[in-house]
Write a protein that binds this ligand. Structure first.
Ligand code: A3P
Length: 285
């Protein structure tokens, strides 16, 4: 069962579980609460790793919640219709996920004190991860060859649109006291320091033992072995479990195993052009 896409305000979305009506509702009518915490990412940037970290921080490192409740119920996906339904029923304080580009995010965010955690990842690794993921999930079209997928990725002809637009759009909130950003690479290099920084941003300081418990229970291996977090419970309607696993490699720099020198240079040319105005450097630069 292959999925089709529709275009909403210039951005592609899968037809399965998404609709223009829902997206308009989320943008114009969804009421953000001051005590909401939003986990926002472009696809394949560490969204579910951050769900695990935030879930564990909420429980002081105790793994009871992450081992008993599915990750998509702990942090519903606001823009899909099952996620929106769950978000509307979620007793506050809500933990919500979104891949929406900033221009499609609920307008009510501007009037709220909700906290936003934005996680970014080396876009070449995002590309490779999304390429593999697109072969597993029925939500997305088969990616075709890596060459053609690279073209699609660089031009934003993929679900949720352009990585460059997403990052430059959300980074416009940098400096806002309710906006925190972190990279997948920082989470890998310094998980303890990263968790402490996230706790500080949330105003939920944990002890050293609790931070260690968060890091341990949110590790790639712990998540892989936890059926509430490894997507093994996801219905066949969404994913072909025979073709691979959601938690694929969980490393930095896997793009080097996939992109040719020419493909990498093609990426760099677009990256430099699209990112020059941002005036920021990232671990992968
Ligand atoms: P790979 O495909 O490179 O392995 P998202 O949750 O945004 O869809 O991102 C999925 C990517 O994050 C996958 O990357 C997945 O393996 C990786 N990931 C998920 N949990 C992780 C963890 N605890 N540690 C490191 N990487 C993790």
């Amino acid at each position: 069962m292959a999925c089709e896409y529709f275009t909403h305000k210039g951005v592609l979305f899968p037809c399965l579980d998404y609709s223009p009506e829902n997206l308009s509702y989320v943008e114009n009518e969804f009421q953000v609460r001051d005590d909401d915490v939003f986990n926002i990412t472009y696809l394949k940037s560490g969204t579910n790793w951050m769900v695990e970290i935030l879930s564990l921080i909420r429980c002081g490192g105790d793994p009871g919640w992450v081992r008993s409740v599915l990750n998509w119920d702990r942090a519903p996906w606001m823009e899909s219709w099952p996620g929106l339904e769950a978000a509307l029923k979620y007793p506050p304080p809500r933990l919500l996920c979104s891949h929406l580009p900033i221009q499609l995010f609920p307008k009510s965010l501007q009037r709220s004190k909700a906290k936003i955690i934005y996680t970014l990842r080396c876009p070449k690794d995002v590309l490779v991860s999304l390429y593999h993921f697109s072969k597993l999930v029925h939500l997305f079209k088969d990616p075709g060859s890596l060459d053609s997928f690279l073209e699609d990725f660089l031009s934003g002809n993929v679900p949720y649109g352009s990585w460059f637009d997403h990052v430059t759009g959300w980074m416009g909130l940098k400096g806002n006291e309710n906006f925190f950003f972190i990279t997948y690479e920082e989470l890998q290099q310094d998980p303890w320091g990263s968790v402490r920084r996230i706790c500080h941003f949330l105003g939920n300081e944990l002890s050293e033992e609790q931070v260690a418990a968060v890091v341990e229970n949110a590790s790639f291996q712990s998540m892989k072995g936890n059926k509430m977090s490894n997507f093994s419970q996801l219905s066949d309607k969404y994913m072909d479990h025979q073709k691979g696993e959601f938690l694929r490699k969980g490393i930095c720099g896997d793009w080097r195993n996939h992109l040719s020198e020419t493909q990498s240079q093609q990426f760099d040319t677009v990256y430099q052009k699209r990112m020059q105005d941002l005036d920021m450097t990232f671990p992968w630069d």
